[in-house]
Design a protein around this ligand. Structure first.
Ligand code: DC
Length: 652
């Protein structure tokens, strides 16, 4: 595996765009275990594919459960009806708290012999409260190294059901979650009582909600007593969808609030069962403009000025709360985060880690046992290197600091693989600067855009080539170019690669094949089809990468990148464009007729301008450059001047 040691984010000026979230870690790992314990087969869709879920899948397979991967985010689990086929196993749980806690409980109550261990940090994360509760069932559990911590040896025991099981709730709510998930395995009425106050209650709500989806209901009396009635067993719901990860959503929403926005996340919204959606409320309390749909959330910066300073109890959103500690850098005064003691026993001591790294950015930070107070830095340090402590959330949180317009280096960025393997690519899709250059065919925008990209050191997207490739691939497959569904299918799965100035379709170099007049006409035909445009949208947006992107096409500024940092509309008279094309063809030794070319261009212009979806038109906020009387260098100069002026204006 390639380990990336550092990642340097460029100074970022703003954030806008839309992101589809990966599946929720909390839901994914609970659902995997519930499906394994249930009777019947369960297909889990939109499952998170990350280190922590791989730990759970690996452990279940080791226990003899059939887990088939149907796609990266779809698995089929054949439930074992509460009895794992293998009664003896040595399980390595990495640093996945959501895997080791519930699995320990389920295995302890099934009476086999198991060993559970993890990485060094996992052996520093407490599990004693859970073991104490499981011993009340008669489970025999030994600590193999340090009392109260993994690794654990489960040695069976005479499992019996006491009247009441007690568990502490003030270190981690996962201990209660683990007991609740395991309790129905006894088939008896089980009463669980809290012996200390329960923290992070929304995570227990996720547990109860998912147990109900698998056919087991729990009577909850306040947050102190939970009763699982006798005679209940998990039954597969056959198909279950995992919601997007609400904790992961926090980085994007925060980016929108800090960087102007709007930034929209899809996959989680007001219908969510995850407590971390309430991060949106916290952002709104800071003055950010926030809106929620059933399955999306969106945030923009405050209508007037800066985010407000805050003093908040964040016990209900412990993970997303970390994001607020970095948002505090952008507030108009000192901020305090309260009731976050659980940070101390997570992937790292998050209070200490957060304090240390925020200070590198110039903030004044005070840490208490369960609080952290952050006074924003007057100027955030440029070129700072942030340590991440093998904690995915540290890495993701501190990417936001680059929105202060400073370069930030993230050490060991690959730790995001725990919950969000392609986080930095997605982050670039809402923060990397974009220059949109639109205009009609043969206006010179391709050449100009490519040179502007080279001057800035940015990536370059020739969106027209995607329509051309679609037309070529459809033609080669014998699909009629007005067959919308089939052509859209081709566009969605286009096996295209752009490499060193050449364009490939599978293993075919099609750089010249997509430039013929026949394919030009075909591209213009497929470009009128709404389903084709929709199929190419996410693909085009994925070209937005650090340090930036120059995109050319017809709808870059209007549809694909409406929040672009600079927008240019490049045009020329039809006669000038026909003449350029004529010269190009003659230079290539191809036959050409200037009148036919002019007529062709005019017809194509008309088709591009009149189509119902994304017609060719100058955006209100784009500046026009007429290249009829300009040579390439002059056109590039004119565009660079606009780019610098517009970007500076937007960054104010
Ligand atoms: O820029 P070009 O000539 O390579 O574009 C080929 C065709 O694709 C052209 O008819 C317009 C269409 N197109 C589009 O509709 N939207 C884009 N963003 C880019 C191209």
């Amino acid at each position: 595996m390639l380990i990336m040691k550092t990642l340097t984010l460029p100074p970022l000026q703003g954030a806008n765009g839309t992101i589809r979230l990966p599946g929720s870690k909390s839901i994914s790992n609970r659902v995997l275990l519930l499906a394994a314990l249930a009777q019947g087969v369960c297909e889990i869709r939109d499952l998170l594919d990350s280190d922590d879920t791989r730990v759970m899948v690996g452990a279940l397979r080791q226990l003899g459960v059939t887990v088939e991967s149907l796609a990266p985010d779809v698995v089929r689990v054949t439930g074992c009806g509460g009895e794992f086929p293998l009664r003896d196993a040595d399980l390595f749980m990495g640093n996945a708290g959501t895997a080791i806690r519930p699995l320990t409980a389920a295995l302890a109550l099934t009476g086999g012999h198991y060993r559970l261990s993890g990485v060094a940090r996992m052996h520093e994360r407490p599990i004693g409260d859970l073991v104490d509760s499981l011993r009340q069932f008669g489970a025999v559990i030994d600590y193999q190294e340090t009392e109260g911590y993994p690794p654990l040896a489960l040695k069976g025991g005479e499992i019996r059901l006491p009247e009441v099981i007690t568990v502490r709730g003030d270190v981690s709510s996962q201990f209660l979650t683990a007991l609740l998930i395991a309790a129905p395995l006894s088939g008896q009425r089980t009463v669980i009582e809290m012996s200390s106050e329960l923290i992070s209650k929304p995570y227990v709500e996720i547990t109860l909600n998912l147990m109900a989806r698998f056919g087991v209901s729990v009577e909850r009396e306040d947050w102190t007593r939970f009763v699982v009635l006798a005679g209940q067993a998990y039954r597969s719901p056959e198909v279950i969808y995992v919601e997007g990860d609400a904790s992961s959503a926090s980085y994007f929403l925060a980016a929108g609030a800090i960087g102007g926005g709007p930034v929209r996340v899809e996959g989680v919204g007001k219908a969510s069962i995850q407590g971390d959606v309430r991060f949106a409320e916290a952002l709104a309390a800071l003055g950010a403009r926030v809106s929620l749909g059933d399955n999306w959330m969106e945030a923009s910066g405050p209508a007037d000025g800066k985010l407000r300073a805050f003093d908040l109890d964040l016990n209900h959103i412990p993970d997303a709360a970390m994001t607020l500690a970095v948002v505090a850098l952008f507030a108009d005064g000192p901020c305090t985060l309260r009731n976050i003691a659980s940070w101390r026993v997570k992937e790292t001591d998050r209070i200490a880690a957060m304090a240390k790294e925020l200070r590198k950015l110039g903030a004044t930070v005070e840490q208490g046992t369960d609080t952290i107070a952050v006074s924003p830095a007057p100027t955030c340090g440029n070129g700072v290197a942030i340590d991440t402590y093998d904690d995915h959330r540290m890495a993701m949180c501190f990417s936001l600091a680059a929105l202060a317009g400073v370069s930030v280096t993230i050490n060991e960025p690959d730790c995001v693989a725990k919950t969000f393997p392609d986080y930095f690519d997605r982050f670039a899709e809402v923060t990397a600067p974009v220059i949109a250059i639109d205009g009609p065919s043969a206006s010179g925008k391709g050449t100009v855009a490519e040179r502007v990209a080279a001057r800035l050191g940015y990536h370059y997207l020739d969106s027209g080539s995607l329509y051309r490739l679609t037309a070529l691939a459809a033609t080669r497959s014998g699909i009629a170019l007005d067959n919308e569904a089939s052509v859209a299918g081709i566009a969605a799965a286009l096996p295209a690669r752009f490499k060193e100035g050449r364009i490939w379709l599978n293993d075919d170099d099609v750089t010249d094949a997509i430039r013929t007049e026949a394919i030009s006409a075909g591209a213009s035909k497929v470009a009128v089809l709404p389903a084709v445009r929709a199929a190419l949208l996410a693909r085009q947006r994925a070209y937005r990468r650090f340090p930036g992107l120059v995109a050319d096409g017809r709808d870059m500024g209007s549809v694909v990148f409406p929040g672009a940092n600079a927008k240019v509309f490049l045009t020329a008279s039809a006669e000038a464009r026909a003449e350029r094309r004529y010269k190009q063809l003659i230079a290539k030794g191809m036959a050409a007729n200037i009148h036919a070319l002019l007529q062709d261009l005019q017809e194509r212009d008309a088709r591009d301008a009149q189509r119902s979806v994304a017609p060719l038109a100058q955006c209100a906020d784009a500046e026009r450059v007429d290249t009829t009387h300009l040579d390439i260098d002059a056109a590039v100069g004119a565009v660079m001047e606009i780019v610098q002026r517009q970007s500076a204006g937007k960054n104010k």
